[in-house]
Design a protein around this ligand. Structure first.
Ligand code: NAD
Length: 366
């Protein structure tokens, strides 16, 4: 296969972790006969500094031409003035809009060797393997907003409008159910249908799509408040969890705690599956730019390397190659390779590049 991958390292540790993911993709491409080409573009704070725009025209052109996008992270204290008109996160939102991605996938898999780094009892973490599918472009975050002030400038009232259309629910539920078919064939849909009209629509549409199009996949519903507790009490029970934007934002951060370190978790944001060609997607670790450790070569690149595996799976359909990367990361951790975020206090840790070396050494020919 031939493909162009846009690499947007961004800010803070972004360039350090994306460099390792690109090494792994290059090695895998060479070993398995794929021609992956890589072109870098600016995004976030570094793009504001150099071009005054968090998603400059060159980057827009690059991602429009590319078959998939690998991103590091954006933001940092340098650009965090809340009154600034141009902010790094605007680049990320614009990028998602440009790519037309609407489903955010966050797999949460707890490596047994890292379970001790998590705050939950290790026995609760055995066999945890959840895929969250979060709706990414609708709901409260994108509805009309108001903020009313009195004559003295004090806040009086504010509102955020939450709107969902049946179409928005249908397409994200189809993504979740299609992926569930390749897993344990169980979808949990999370809503707040006892209170919210949008959640009642969510539940009705989800039930219809699953009944009519995915009768082979079991559907269960849960209310978000009760699921937030269940996720910590019995995380191994869940397979695919689909939910709306706001609930997904909160629940996926809660679930990240299960994995032991924020540095090991990947994410994918994908759009419609085209009839021919590659599915567009944006692949990035779930962590931010980690300004407290950037420039020291100690960031954990596992989340970004695993995001590269998701890129191969969801944009290029290269399931075996994706699994090869996932196995290599898992084997490297099992063999004791740990960056500082994953070691017990006082124990020795490896650098970002050494972890990358350990993964590369475990990429096999077949
Ligand atoms: P963060 O994820 O950057 O860091 C939180 C903590 O986790 C820090 O202690 C950091 O050192 C650690 N950490 C993060 N990634 C790590 C890695 N790969 N290896 C080891 N340790 C790691 O979150 P934050 O501190 O709240 O945000 C920092 C900046 O990143 C902010 O400007 C924020 O807006 C931005 N941010 C960007 C994204 C994104 O680009 N998608 C996401 C979240 C936050």
């Amino acid at each position: 296969m031939r493909a162009l991958i846009a690499v947007l390292p961004g800010d803070g540790v972004g360039p350090e972790v994306t460099a390792q993911a690109v090494r792994v993709l290059r090695e895998l491409g060479e070993r398995r006969g794929h021609e992956f080409r890589f072109r870098e573009g600016l995004i976030g704070g570094v793009a504001i500094d150099q071009q005054g725009d968090p998603l400059p025209a060159e980057t827009r052109a690059l991602v429009s031409e590319a078959d998939a996008v690998l991103l590091g992270a954006v933001g940092g204290p340098r650009w965090s003035d809340p009154s600034a008109l141009v902010r790094p996160e605007q680049g990320l939102l614009a990028l998602r809009g440009l790519l037309g991605v609407f489903a955010n996938l966050r797999p949460v898999h707890v490596h047994p060797a890292l379970a001790e780094s998590a705050p939950l009892k290790t026995e609760l973490l055995a066999n945890v393997d959840i895929l969250f599918v979060r709706e990414l472009t609708g709901g409260l975050y994108f509805g009309a907003k108001t903020h009313e002030r009195d004559s003295a400038g004090r806040s009086v009232s504010a509102s955020d409008l939450c709107v969902y259309t049946a179409l928005e629910v249908e397409r994200v539920v189809r993504v979740a159910a299609t992926i569930a078919r390749g897993r344990r064939r169980h979808v949990l849909s999370v809503d707040k249908s006892n209170v919210l009209a949008t959640s009642r629509l969510w539940r009705e549409v989800t039930s219809r799509v699953m009944r009519d199009e995915f009768p082979d996949v079991t559907l269960e519903h849960a209310l978000v408040d009760s699921f937030a507790m269940q996720l910590l009490q019995a995380p191994a029970r869940y397979d695919v969890v689909v939910t709306e934007n706001l609930f997904g934002d909160i629940l996926t951060d809660e679930a990240a705690v299960l994995a032991g370190s924020i540095g090991v978790l990947p994410s994918a944001s994908i759009g419609e599956q085209p009839l021919t060609g590659h599915r567009r997607g944006l692949y990035e670790p779930i962590h931010g730019s980690a300004p407290d450790i950037s420039g020291r070569g100690i960031a954990n690149p596992a989340g970004t390397i695993l995001s590269a595996a998701l890129l191969l799976r969801h944009s290029f359909g290269l399931e075996h190659e994706a699994a090869a990367i996932e196995c290599a990361v898992s084997d490297a951790i099992s063999a004791g390779w740990r960056t500082a975020d994953c070691v017990a206090a006082g124990a020795a840790s490896c650098s970002t590049a050494q972890f990358g070396d350990a993964v590369l050494a475990r990429i096999t020919e077949t």
